[in-house]
Design a protein around this ligand. Structure first.
Ligand SMILES: [Zn+2]
Length: 138
């Protein structure tokens, strides 16, 4: 399914979250945001993957809902459906940030940010999510 930008007709669009059960896109050419046809019960595999990935990283259902815009009930159902089990107890909780590509490169330019920390980056629509096993200082 290729969507095109209603503003400039470009087909260079990327997924940018779900708003009220509708897929939101962002045009890479003109930065215009738009949503398309209702997703109904079938949510894109992209979000199923991301949700399970975040779940495995230790995020709560509510956090995943807030980040991805999919209902925490859906996430709960996917966890059950795919029989996902976290390999650790609930005592551990990572911190995370949503960053743009330029914010991300700035962050990594400062080696102090990387010192003694474990960082994982995952693509999230038009942004990136950084998960870190340490409290964020700022
Ligand atoms: Zn456009």
């Amino acid at each position: 399914m290729i969507e095109s930008c209603p503003n400039c007709n470009s087909e260079e669009v990327i997924k940018s979250g779900i708003i009220k059960n509708r897929q939101r896109y962002k045009c890479k050419k003109c930065s215009y945001y738009f949503t398309v046809n209702k997703l109904g019960k079938k949510i894109d595999d992209y979000y199923v993957n991301k949700a399970l990935q975040l779940y495995l990283e230790g995020l709560t259902y509510r956090e995943i809902e807030r980040i991805l815009g999919v209902s925490h009930v859906s996430v709960l159902n996917w966890v059950k459906k795919y029989n996902i089990k976290r390999p650790y107890s609930g005592n551990y909780h990572p911190t995370y940030k949503i960053l743009s590509a330029s914010e991300l490169s700035k962050y990594f330019q400062n080696t102090e940010n990387l010192y003694k920390s474990g960082v994982l980056i995952t693509e999230l629509g038009d942004k990136f999510m950084m998960i870190k096993w340490e409290r964020f200082k700022d």
